[in-house]
Structures are given as C-alpha cells and as structure tokens.
Design a protein around this ligand. Sequence first.
Ligand code: HEC
Length: 109
Amino acid sequence: MMKTMNKIFICVSLALCLGAQVQAADGGNPKKGKHLYKKECKACHSMGDEGGEITPMSKTMSQWDRFFRRNKHKAKAEVFEALSEQDLLDIQQFLYDHAADSDQPQTCG
Ligand code: HEC
C-alpha cells in the first residue's frame, strides 16, 4: 500500500516538474537545459555542496541573464569553459524559464 502511494507521489512530482516547460525564448532548449543542469551543475550545487544549493528560483530572470552574459561563473570559470555555447544557452534557458519572477518558478532541478 505504502509502496503504491510513493509511486503515485513520484509520478505526480515528476509530471509537475517536466510539464512546466512551455515557453522557449532566446534559442535555448529548456528541456535539454534541465538535463544539463542536473548533470553539470548539481554536482556542486545541491544542498551542502561547496557551491551551495542553487535552483532556478535562486535568481530572477534578469539576474540569470546577467550571470550568463557577464559573470560567466567567475567563481569557477573552468566550469563554463568546459561547456559548449549551445549547452550554456540551454541551461540558461531552463533557469530563466523557471526563475523566481517567471510564470513557473521551480525549485526542482
Ligand atoms: C566544480 C563545482 C561547480 C560546478 C560544476 C558548478 N559550480 Fe557554480 N559555483 C561553484 C562555487 C564554488 C561557487 C561559489 C560559491 C560561493 O561563492 O559561495 C559557485 C557559484 C555559482 C553561482 C553564484 C551564486 C551567487 O552568489 O549568486 C551560480 C549562479 C552558479 N554557481 C551556477 C552554476 C551553474 C548554472 C552551473 C552549471 C553550468 C554551475 N554553477 C556549476 C561551484 C560549481
């Protein structure tokens, strides 16, 4: 019984996370971006990691744009240097689409 409940809960949570991607601005692919974010960023940006927890909601849309345009991950520049321009664009799109002041703020990354 509990097992079934858990399964349902996970399904609903996943659907909420995945279903949130509708708009695409600036040429990035937010779906890919989400995947890349999990793969490339979460390693250092989950709770208790060296970079501190970061989710799309950690910044506003304009703060994300500024971060990707100007800051370029100054704290550890090699992280951005190791990624292709398209990968970074996709990640930026995902974070932007779910920023704190977006239509669909999102903590699940
Ligand atoms: C190798 C570890 C590592 C990886 C991988 C990494 N980061 Fe970071 N990141 C850091 C550290 C360390 C800081 C500096 C944290 C601080 O100053 O407290 C940082 C800082 C940041 C900040 C600034 C936080 C602030 O103060 O506003 C953002 C935003 C950020 N990272 C986003 C990302 C994104 C997006 C990715 C994936 C493309 C990523 N990081 C991948 C280690 C990492």
